[in-house]
Design a protein around this ligand. Sequence first.
Ligand code: ADP
Length: 171
Amino acid sequence: MEIVVQQGDITKVEVDAIVNAANRSLLGGGGVDGAIHSAGGPDILAATKQLRATTVPDGLATGDAVATTAGKLPARWVIHTVGPVYAKTIDRRDQLISAYRRSLEVADELGAKSVAFPTISAGVYGWPHDDAVAVAVETVRSMADQVAVERVIFVPFSEEMKARYDAQLAD
Ligand code: ADP
């Protein structure tokens, strides 16, 4: 598996699947979720509403992932995952690891060869940036031999986050 970093807007990345840092409702939010729905158009929300009406009536569990159409985005699928809200006194790192693992498993099941990830939980959910990037890189690396995904693209939004990925990947 090849792992690369490409700073910018994940909605513009040409890839088989892009991962969305969604919330449990799957019905839209701010941050990267808002950007994905706004650039991808209404088909994505129609698909997540359909999932709520069928397979995930109570919303998606934290650490799990599901796929929908990518609408107008230059990708085939959006894989919606839910990262944990950071809490100082509760260790939710396993849930963050799970969000990456489940996203890659879903990508693998779909037959996606290339997958783009935002930094899950690193925005509104408040995860410390250094650890958010460490979990992202460590978890994807640990799964490299377990999935047929050939290329993972980490898509940091800021220069600050890009530098963190570069440092983490150089280790
Ligand atoms: P969460 O609720 O999981 O914290 P956010 O969407 O608030 O999710 O933030 C996750 C990360 O995605 C943050 O680092 C944020 O800067 C970044 N982000 C926001 N918009 C985009 C975008 N269009 N492309 C890539 N990353 C984005």
